[in-house]
Design a protein. Sequence first.
Length: 127
Amino acid sequence: MPGLSRFSDEEIKRMNRLKFKQGKSYSFIIELINRERPSNRQCTSRGVRACLKRSSNAVKSKRVYKRKLGFSALALVDAEVSADREISARALQKCLQETLDVIVSTKVINRERRRIGWVQTSTGLAW
């Protein structure tokens, strides 16, 4: 069965709120929708996915990165960059491993460095 993909406006709003704002799973949404429907018109995960995909008012969830460096590691990165503004991510990686025994990738170091306010800019020379 391809899955019921016709829903009322209220059901679509409810599915969008449950999926994108509250982060509920498709199976949880299906259970809630099917409780209120007659038994011969049950929806499936395929139908719910199709409906949410084509609904124009679907809220896109933002990607949230979990911080991988703690406060002490961020303080160390900040201090090292303050001392030498041209320090590489690889050198910061070595420093974190030797000092705090923290092993992270250079990508994480660069992302956290940008988050604490260190941005790379040009010198502003006009030719």
